[in-house]
Design a protein around this ligand. Sequence first.
Ligand code: FAD
Ligand code: SF4
Length: 479
Amino acid sequence: MVPPLGSKRDKMSAKMNLNRVDMPKQSPEVRRKNFLEVALGYDDKMAAAEAARCIQCKKPKCVEGCPVGVEIPQFIRALRDCDMPEAVKILKRKNALPGICGRVCPQEVQCESRCVLAKKGAPIAIGRLERYVADWELKLKEKPAAKKAISSKKRVAVVGSGPAGLTCAADLARLGHQVVIFEALHEGGGVLVYGIPEFRLPKGIVRSEVEFVTTLGASLELDSVVGRLVQVKELFNQGFDAVFLGIGAGAPRFLNVPGENLSGVYSANEYLTRVNLMKAFRFPEYDTPVKRGKVVAVVGGGNVAMDAARSAVRLGADEVHVVYRRSEEEMPARLEEVENAKEEGVIFDFLTNPTNFIGDRRGNVVAMEVVDMELGEPDSSGRRSPRVKKGSEHKVAVDTVVIAVGTVPNPLIPASTPEIKTTRWGTIVADDRCRTTMQGVWAGGDITTGGATVISAMGAGKTAAADMDRWLRDGGVWS
Ligand SMILES: Cc1cc2nc3c(=O)[nH]c(=O)nc-3n(C[C@H](O)[C@H](O)[C@H](O)COP(=O)(O)OP(=O)(O)OC[C@H]3O[C@@H](n4cnc5c(N)ncnc54)[C@H](O)[C@@H]3O)c2cc1C
Ligand code: SF4
């Protein structure tokens, strides 16, 4: 390990190191054939060398870029002082899911983009250090017991165990409230278990961090669909004092073009859920099948499209195409994941849009009709809007298609609870404290924003927990 910061000279030399330590990865040839994690993480020496680059700013800009306010310089300082228990403690004070965030958060546009070193060279690899600290703790045989808070005697129902629900539950449990998390699926974690593949986020990590939330005092009720088994209003009759809805935006969105109902055309949600949650990649050991296509087209340009395309590669496809209607510049996926996909042989068909899927006599997709696109002026999202190039229609042979063009909120709870207002996109209306239009009910994460990020969902869970705590203790007027 690198010694702690000492003399002024140490500080100067640390200041001058603008080169970040690379993180090893499985080679593309090897990882194309397995579902094991691609990024291998820092070893002790690498972590120490990267941590030594941090100049311990007095007014750290990196913290301002973190939606959950992790005390970044402090945990890095503890790491370089070789005080790993302290590094874990500091990190987990604000973030109950550091092993997850260290792997999937877009740090390059958050904390790392604000790091002072970014102005002159490579910012500190905050995410990789976060992952290193979290993994160090996960390897411990015995973890330090979580401190139990004094009970407030208030009961809170958290609906959904994705990052929003887990964060809200963790903060409320730490504040002494009795929390029950209701989860519709048979495993906790939301998109972290059913959407993001094993090769990017091992499920053992998710399980450990979900378990950490339960050690804080929250209990997890699986296979419990609120809005069907029990209504939101009934939760209050059952003795809950407040409810948080972190139910995500898990319903698929389609292109609404002919042929989308052909066999072999999947929504990304179904495809990834089969592969990840239902372990179809280990068929027949697990009994969920998924089509192992030879020529696969994944429609979309976000993280979900990258995950689907890279899963198709690992399932043995000869050719995997990402079909995206804009250009590479406009792709919303993380740069790192686009690079990984390219290294694994995924082919990118930019400025291309499917208009029709064509089936054989048995109803299996065999081709798609596409048009070429060109970019016009920027639209309301700031991205240049695509328009069809006249006379560019042509057919492409495919045997599997995955539609990854976004998701929409699940309508079950809003439909069964008219007091909860929604927008015209189906997201739940909530104010900046995450209060909904129904007294005693908060909401946050993808269900209020539409598909966003893990850390923004966690930020909402935190905001809601703080306001819920105030309301549970002091009451007051609901507005
Ligand atoms: C394939 C994929 C890859 C992604 N990659 C990244 C990435 O790399 N980085 C990143 O930051 N973000 C990524 N995202 C986005 C990120 O995962 C989401 O923004 C985040 O998970 C939203 O968290 P949430 O808690 O709001 O909802 P979710 O994670 O969707 O969790 C909601 C939970 O609520 C449960 N639920 C729903 N309705 C009910 C009900 N009625 N009763 C009980 N339970 C219910 C659901 O089963 C689910 O478990 C990705 C998304 C997908 C789909
Ligand atoms: S801004 Fe960068 S250098 Fe400064 S404390 Fe944060 S991580 Fe360290």
